[in-house]
Write a protein that binds this ligand. Structure first.
Ligand code: DGY
Length: 321
């Protein structure tokens, strides 16, 4: 009998066919809706492999019902939606999709920084709304990015790729990380600092740390208060690293100038979320890795990993070694 693979989101034909050539494949096909939990559990109970995305909770309840599950290929570099300890206990290999999305996510992070600093969304709305009636010296002025200080919290692969882009804008690069990053220091002149030093000195504080028990709730009100009043905060990693209410209060009180957010505590955010009424917030729908090329490469990596497990090879990007 061929292994049964359940795919929790509609994927392009090319990916579906690659899997269907070798395995029994079923897929959730409603594009605008996540697979309901009850269906995910029902399919997982029969599955040999799951191809999941970050909104699927892959936890003890799922593993305890999934007697023949061998591999979960999560289409993301982050795997905070998966209980790794439970996976290992149940003997399930967990794989992610690092590397292929590094530059694409760094591009989006830097674009978000630029868009927030230069008020690009507000300016585009202004034109669309027919409000552009003349050229004026201080109309929609933003703040410069070049020659400013960027502070990167989380200097992993994506952080380093953002630092490279910042170097191209002649920015001074500060970073805070669990470990020193010698390559970024030597090649890009990045300077290691404590979290508090970074908050106090950076013009742009960019959060790229992974979500784990050390980083959940890392940014509280006191941390926004330590930033400069004209600082801009960017988050392109995971929403729960930030206390959202604290960020709303800091923005409202003018303790920081603006925020560019690709990720939120609960995704998707509701249409009445306070961020959406704030002119100094640029909110995007978690599109860090969303380029055609990268999303195809991420799904390709998921297929490679599933094939490796079924063919008795070591999956390229196993996270629970
Ligand atoms: C990731 O890869 O972790 C992204 O956030 C999902 O695109």
């Amino acid at each position: 009998m061929k292994p049964f693979v359940y795919v929790t989101r509609k994927v392009p034909d090319e990916i579906y066919e690659r899997l269907a050539d070798k395995y029994n494949v079923e897929m959730w096909t409603e594009e605008d809706k996540a697979v309901p939990r009850s269906i995910l559990l029902e399919k997982a109970a029969k599955a040999d492999a799951l191809l999941t995305v970050i909104s699927d909770a892959v936890d003890e309840v799922l593993f305890s019902q999934a007697g023949q599950l061998k591999v979960v290929a999560n289409m993301a570099v982050g795997f905070d939606n998966i209980d790794l300890e439970a996976a290992s206990r149940h003997g399930v290999s967990i794989c992610n999709t690092p590397d292929v999305l590094t530059d694409t996510t760094a591009d989006l992070t830097f674009a978000l920084l630029l868009a927030t600093a230069r008020r690009m969304m507000e300016a585009a709305e202004f034109v669309k709304d027919g409000e552009w009636t003349s050229w004026a010296p201080m109309m929609l002025v933003g703040t410069d990015v070049h020659h400013k200080k960027i502070g990167i919290v989380g200097m992993g692969k994506i952080g380093t790729a953002v630092a490279k882009r910042a170097a191209g804008f002649d920015m001074e690069i500060l970073y805070h990380n669990r470990n020193r990053h010698e390559v970024a220091e030597e090649m890009l002149g990045a300077q290691y600092c404590t979290f508090d030093e970074l908050l106090a000195e950076a013009d742009f504080v960019v959060c790229l740390a992974p979500l784990n028990q050390d980083t959940r709730g890392l940014f509280q009100r006191e941390h926004f208060q330590k930033m400069k009043n004209d600082a801009i905060f960017i988050n392109a990693s995971r929403g729960p690293i930030i206390n959202e209410q604290a960020l709303i209060e800091a923005l409202t009180a003018g303790e920081i100038a603006a925020a560019g957010l690709d990720v939120f505590d609960k995704e998707p955010i509701n249409a009445d979320h306070p961020f959406l009424t704030m002119k100094n917030v640029v909110a995007l729908p978690h599109i860090g890795s969303a380029s055609k090329e990268t999303r195809m490469a991420m799904m390709g990596t998921c297929c490679d990993n599933i094939e490796a497990v079924f063919e008795g090879r070591h999956p390229k990007t196993l996270v629970n070694k």
